[in-house]
Design a protein around this ligand. Structure first.
Ligand code: GDP
Ligand code: GDP
Length: 465
């Protein structure tokens, strides 16, 4: 059985097996695809040019998930302007497909065009199922389908894309050709959420990510019915862009332009490994942005601050430096996060975001040995001794150890947490940052006294004034 690999190096391995739909125009391919994919809308539909490109739609039958790609009408005998392109798309789709469904029109009967496609399909390596569409008539359906035995592609399945007749039998057969889930490459996914106020450019950024690479994009249903994730494969890595339906929601549903579902944003933050906090360069950091940043830290997610619409700012050589200072003065409690200036509109620096995501993920998952933690603590205490209370009692750090990752969490065992004021705690955290790094991720320090009830979590957020 073929695995989900394809030859074109521009395309990389897809997460789900692909079913290619092939056939002449007007036989009912899109109707059929709509039936298979139901309301699982491909979010790449409104990309300019996509109508003649391939569009992947997630679908499932029984317990099997797959994606359907409608190849556009395949015609061999007419060389109008777009046909070679459509044909090329169909061929490319076939090279990545595990199985193809060849759709013909049962009411019209066998045509010369069908025979040509069948000849071509027989030369391909992909298994082909023959769907004779428009066979909803109980008396005529079987007879209409029987005519297509002549194509030499095995049993013709009488189906009706509009009414649904026969599709069950066809799909039962179809899933036997799909690679089983354990044959699919087991690739680690990096969950990325694009978060920000309305109009900061989240959808534009998503489009910029997908842009030229839309062919390697496949929308996958998320945990809830209306949360749609988009999976992007880049080289060795798989990025799951969380709930991209939410990003575009206002365009599909008639909410006011300013509708902002903070709840939806919070859910997306929770599911992320890395959050892209998108700020509008024209507007600067707003109170809503701060609220989102707060939540990112509370959830312990890695983050990158993405200042978008940088093209719209008048610049001289100091602008970036000054702008960065201004942003960080408002998001000072996120000083560990990388900041990048991009233009989703022109695509400038958008690619670099993925590099920052990779670094942040690595740091978020990083584990540091106990000896390194203690070296840092010893050094820190030598430069700056723990504070002494008014009663003359001095704080003492016995030792520290990293107890978990995502985010990195370090427990510090001390004589009495109360003896360590905010200043000293921030100092210790700074030492960890300086000596160990953890770029792009919040870290957590737990100050533990001798008794368990003394445990005092301390998030790496400076007290707000
Ligand atoms: P495509 O060009 O192959 O994607 O075809 P469409 O899905 O656009 O359908 C072409 C025409 O066939 C439309 O008028 C559909 O309403 C009609 N059609 C599609 N499926 C069926 C079916 O199962 N039965 C009947 N009677 N008509 C259908
Ligand atoms: P969303 O609500 O966050 O998804 O924002 P959209 O992607 O819909 O963008 C909102 C508006 O900002 C649109 O009019 C975009 O054309 C515009 N926009 C998005 N990105 C950029 C950019 O990089 N530069 C400029 N100048 N405008 C942008």
């Amino acid at each position: 059985m073929r695995c989900v690999q394809q030859q074109n190096p521009r395309l990389t391995i897809m997460a789900l097996p692909i079913v290619a739909i092939i056939g002449r125009p007007n036989v009912g391919k899109s109707t059929f695809v709509n039936r298979l994919a139901k309301d699982r809308q491909a979010i790449v539909h409104d990309e300019p040019g996509i109508t003649r490109d391939r569009t992947y739609r997630p679908a499932f039958w029984a317990d099997r998930d797959f994606q359907v790609v409608d190849t556009g009408g395949l015609v061999f005998d007419d060389e109008t302007e777009f046909l070679p392109l459509i044909r090329e798309q169909a061929m490319a789709a076939l090279t990545e497909a595990s199985v193809a469904i060849f759709v013909v029109d049962g009411q019209l009967g066998l045509t010369a065009g069908d025979s040509e496609i069948a000849d071509w399909l027989r030369q391909q390596e992909v298994p082909v199922l023959l769907a004779v569409n428009k066979c909803e008539s109980p008396d005529q359906g079987l007879i209409q389908a029987a005519e297509f035995w002549e194509l030499g592609l095995g049993e013709p399945y009488p189906v009706s894309g509009i009414h649904g007749n026969g599709t069950g039998e066809l799909l039962d057969e179809l899933i036997t050709y799909l690679p089983s889930p354990d044959e699919l490459p087991d690739r680690e996914e990096i969950n990325v959420s694009i978060i920000g106020r309305p109009n900061v450019g989240k959808s534009s950024l998503l489009n910029a990510f997908l842009g030229k690479k839309r062919a390697i994009v496949s929308p996958i249903s998320g945990t809830t019915r209306d949360a749609i994730d988009t999976v992007v494969e880049r080289g060795e890595k798989t990025y799951r862009l969380i709930d991209t339906a939410g990003i575009r929601r206002k365009k599909n549903v008639n909410y006011g332009a300013e509708f902002f579902s903070i709840n939806r944003a919070f859910k997306a933050i929770r599911r992320a490994d890395v959050v892209l906090l998108v700020i509008d360069a024209i507007e600067g950091v707003t109170d809503q942005d701060i609220k989102l940043a707060d939540r990112i830290i509370d959830e312990g997610r890695a983050a990158i601050i993405v200042v978008n619409k940088w093209d719209a700012i008048d610049k001289d050589s100091y602008t970036i430096y000054e702008y960065k200072k201004k942003v960080m003065s408002r998001l000072y409690f996120m000083e560990w996060a990388d900041l990048i200036f991009v233009s989703a509109m022109s695509g400038k620096r958008v690619e670099k975001i993925f590099k920052l995501v990779d670094v942040a993920v690595e740091e978020h998952r990083r584990r540091v040995s106990t000896s390194v933690v203690n070296e840092v603590l010893e050094e820190a205490a030598k430069w700056h001794s723990p504070p002494t209370t008014r009663q003359g009692k001095q704080g003492r750090i016995y030792y520290g150890t990293q107890v978990s990752s995502q985010p990195p969490t370090i427990a510090l065992f001390v004589n009495d947490p109360k003896r360590f004021n905010d200043n000293y705690r921030r100092y210790i955290e700074r030492q960890f940052r300086e000596q160990i790094g953890f770029l792009g991720t919040p870290i957590r320090l737990f100050w533990r006294g001798k008794k368990m009830r003394d445990v005092e979590p301390s998030l790496n957020r400076a007290t707000k004034v």
